[in-house]
Design a protein around this ligand. Structure first.
Ligand code: SF4
Length: 419
């Protein structure tokens, strides 16, 4: 009997299908009889495949057959990789593809002219908040695929950016989705910690995928702070806001405490929708105080709900920022919790030289299309070692086209095709 279980993986069986789950967040499905047929063709034997205790078992002893099956499974993983939470196809970006990690806002690195660098290893979210600015999660209507960037490749680009940006950097893990969906999250934190230019490593998270073991690993790897999105203390309202019937508020509250106990600071970041959860603001403050959040940084970062063009829009009131800041100031007075009106200096953030722009608005550039984009009509192109999001296009991967650059803000490039 041959037993197969590649590193960081396990198998599941469902009728005629076998699923390999890789690093808990990715999977690939393949038909059992296709694999059996491939074995029959090559080895002229009838093999029976079965999944037991996470292992794929084959009723033969032939070592060569075992290696052949491992080879096929690796191919299936490459070809049919999916995100466990969104179920979308995953494009795995690695060094061999020679894809720049600057220029696009869904993966790679973003420099907004400060000492904070946003690090985005993957797309995709495990929840579907009703106000999500990027229409993410299992119930997204617009996102059609996900990306995962190989961790060594991401760190290589980060190190180059860090050399340019200088010392005392904050590496902030966020993205179009939940950073804990990234299959190499612990390795990423570890790698960033080893960079001498990095002082602080922080992460955005909805907390639902945390568990005690992962928190321990993240703390050991060197994570300093989690900006935790919790939007209500009422379990039913929290489910409604997170857009998930199985969202477990109590688990996330327990994990918030576990983070603090492990030495990782917590900043609660509720999105406030007036008329829905603004009346819970004092409960957030009380809870943050009770569990000792905000040791090195502010304990609370209330966010004003803002509708975005490509996001989801609940039919709710949207408060002007002026009114929102007045509301925060009143809360500071009433609860004596300070600061609630947050400024960059509360996070040690200051201006730094931008990585120079490679293009200017209005410029016409010849680009090569290298990847499909995340929404219909969007493709990713490369020129001058930068990614460019090309919108309103029907170009295909491999095409070389001319685009007009229409946006360059913060080194994120958007272009439209020129006829
Ligand atoms: S708001 Fe954040 S946590 Fe909520 S669905 Fe969007 S990416 Fe996920």
């Amino acid at each position: 009997m041959i037993k197969i279980k590649p590193p960081n993986s396990y198998f599941e069986e469902d009728g005629g299908n076998i699923r390999i789950v890789w690093r808990n967040t990715l999977y690939a499905d393949f038909e059992k009889n296709l694999l059996e047929k491939a074995i029959k063709r090559k080895f002229k034997i009838k093999a029976e495949l079965k999944v037991e205790d996470g292992y794929l078992r084959i009723n033969h002893e032939n070592k060569e057959l075992g290696n052949f099956v491992i080879f096929l499974i690796q191919n299936y993983l490459r070809e049919f990789l999916r995100n466990k939470y969104t179920k979308r196809r995953v494009l795995y970006i690695h060094e061999g593809m020679n894809i720049p990690l600057l220029g696009y806002n869904a993966f790679g690195l973003i420099d907004r002219g400060t000492n904070l660098i946003q690090v985005r290893g993957s797309t995709g979210c495990n929840v579907s908040c009703i106000f999500c600015s990027v229409d993410e999660g299992p119930y997204s209507r617009t996102r059609i695929l996900d990306y995962v960037v190989d961790v060594d490749y991401l760190l290589k680009w980060f190190n180059e950016v860090a050399q340019f940006k200088g010392k005392r950097l904050e590496a902030h893990l966020d993205g179009q989705g939940e950073p804990l969906v990234y299959p190499f999250i612990v390795e990423l934190v570890q790698g960033l910690r080893e960079n001498p230019n990095v002082s602080v490593i922080s992460m955005q998270s909805n907390g639902a995928l945390l568990n005690d073991k992962l928190i321990e690993e993240l703390a050991e790897a060197g994570l300093d702070r989690v900006n935790l999105s919790i939007h209500s203390f009422d379990p039913e309202k929290a489910k409604m806001l997170m857009g998930m019937k199985d969202y477990d508020l109590n688990h996330v509250l327990e994990m918030a405490e576990a983070l603090i106990n492990a030495g990782i600071d917590v900043l609660f970041a509720p999105v406030i929708i007036f008329g829905i959860n603004d009346m819970e603001a004092e409960s957030f403050i009380e809870f943050a105080r009770k569990i000792g959040a905000g040791k090195r940084w502010p304990a609370l970062g209330f966010q004003n709900y803002v509708p975005y063009k490509f996001g989801r829009h609940p039919s709710v009131k949207f408060l002007s920022f002026k009114k929102f800041y007045n509301w925060l100031r009143e809360l500071e007075e009433k609860t004596d919790m300070r600061p609630l009106v947050l400024k960059p200096e509360h996070f040690g953030m200051h201006k730094r030289r931008f990585i120079p722009l490679e293009f200017h608005v209005g410029e016409v550039v010849k680009v090569k299309i290298i990847l499909p984009g995340r929404i219909e009509g969007e493709m990713l192109a490369v020129a001058r070692n930068r990614l460019i999001e090309v919108i309103n296009t029907n170009a295909k991967v491999g095409d070389e086209i001319k685009v007009k650059i229409v946006r360059t803000r913060h080194g994120i490039y958007i272009g439209t095709p020129i006829k």
